[in-house]
Write a protein that binds this ligand. Structure first.
Ligand code: NZQ
Ligand code: ZN
Length: 388
């Protein structure tokens, strides 16, 4: 196990009827006025907005707002929000939504505090040195953005979907009330489950020795997510299953599953970001297509770990290392299919001639991957494996 430093500063308030705490938490940080950021309107339909406003008013927190953040959020919206935040003199950001809204809020909080354009950070030319305090009310469990320091933003004109991170943009407080996820469309619940599993896998196959605690935790999280995603398909208001998926997804990307290892592989996420930059499909959908294809492409690099995946996740015990590894990958695809997410690029309407453009886009940020360092040709091979 490698040496490591682990610090996660986000306070989580988890459970039923917890949104009412948001005003007090913001006040405790000395914030006078927040910029509320949200998406395309689900918070107005499921009561989240009203609960938040009530809580802010009770604590005399002033607010202004901007809605309309789209999935796969874009830089132009970040700029618009920064302008409003500056004009209205807010001293904190309050995100109400899923990963897209929280990521936008992180970019806005850093963008407001810095003199340069936040895109320079996403292009890797600058690092964030300060940011306004961020608070979140999570409405969709998937990305882990509620408890990490990462954000992903697309510059739409150039089809560049880049990510950045900083200790300054960890939310101060995130409220996770799983009951507000009852209103999620079925496909979004499934995409969230896929994303969380994919986050675990990005770290899991890193072949450090003696990381049993982290590996067992990772396997437990994946098994629990598989179990409860299946339950939610037919019982979307199952509180216990919503809780398990919610906490599993937060744990999957709050930093603790990489302790003792190198920073994960992340090639799959890199390829997916280019696919969603091109097609605007949901992140979880892209991952369900690419992660099994990537696994098939690289499993020989660490066959014992891929065997362990088949054994521990799907209880496969018969066969050679290779047979168990491959069967595990097939089982993962079967699970994705069962929960109704696409598993091929053809299904999402791409034609083969577009694969080259996507590979070119991924190539802008190569090399990628740790288990196998990928070049453009590797990426194209993976896209072909994922095609049908
Ligand atoms: O916009 P609204 O109306 O709110 O609807 C959203 C949206 O259509 C809807 N939704 C969310 N909560 C709901 C709800 N509908 C009904 N009831 C609720 N309670 O769900 C749709 C998807 O929301 P979105 O925020 O886009 O989804 P997600 O949380 O999957 O975020 C995806 C974005 O996060 C990035 C992805 O690349 C993508 O851009 N990621 C961020 C990461 C991070 N910050 O650490 C890591 C991830 O790997 C990922 O890359
Ligand atoms: Zn992800």
């Amino acid at each position: 196990m490698n040496n490591f430093i682990f610090q996660n500063p986000t306070k989580i308030i988890f459970g039923r009827d917890t949104i009412k705490n948001i005003g007090k938490e913001i006040k405790n940080h000395g914030i006078k006025k927040v910029l509320i950021i949200y998406g395309k309107g689900s918070i107005h339909r499921n009561g989240v907005y009203d609960s938040v406003i009530k809580s802010l008013k009770e604590e005399n927190i002033d607010y202004t707002e901007i809605g309309g953040v789209k999935s796969n959020p874009v830089l132009s919206k970040v700029h618009e929000a920064i302008e409003i935040g500056r004009r209205e003199n807010v001293d904190g950001i309050l995100a109400l939504g899923g990963g897209s809204t929280i990521d936008t809020s992180k970019a806005v909080s850093a963008g407001m505090a810095c003199k340069y354009d936040i895109w320079e950070v996403l292009e890797g030319k600058r690092i964030i040195e300060k940011a306004l305090p961020i608070f979140t009310v999570l409405t969709m469990s998937a990305t882990g953005s509620e408890m990490n320091g990462s954000f992903v933003i697309t510059r739409e004109e150039e089809k560049k979907k880049w990510s950045a991170g900083s200790p300054f943009v960890f939310p101060k407080v995130s409220i996770i009330d799983p009951t507000v996820q009852y209103t999620l469309p079925k496909n979004q619940t499934s995409y969230g489950a896929v994303d969380a599993i994919s986050h675990v896998l990005e770290n899991y196959f890193i072949g450090e020795d003696r990381t049993d605690v982290i590996d067992e935790m990772s396997e437990g999280i994946i098994r629990a997510i598989i179990k409860h995603a299946k339950i939610l398909l037919n019982d979307p208001e199952n509180y216990n299953s919503r809780c398990q998926i919610a906490w599993g997804a937060t744990m999957a990307l709050n930093g603790n599953l990489k302790n003792g290892k190198d920073n994960g592989d992340w090639a799959t996420h890199g390829i997916e970001h280019s696919i969603s930059a091109f097609t605007d499909i949901a992140h979880g959908a892209g991952l369900a297509i690419i992660h099994p294809a990537w696994m098939k492409y690289v499993y020989k690099e660490d066959i014992k770990k891929f065997r362990r995946f088949g054994e521990k996740i799907f209880n496969i015990s018969e066969g050679t290392d290779e047979e168990i590894a491959l069967k595990g990958i097939e089982k993962l695809k079967e699970f994705f299919k069962e929960i109704g997410v696409p598993i091929t690029l053809k299904e999402i309407g791409l034609n083969k001639s577009q694969l080259n453009d996507i590979a070119d886009n991924v190539a802008l940020s190569l090399p990628r991957g740790k288990i196998k360092v990928l070049d453009r040709e590797d990426v194209l091979n993976i896209l072909n494996l994922a095609y049908e």
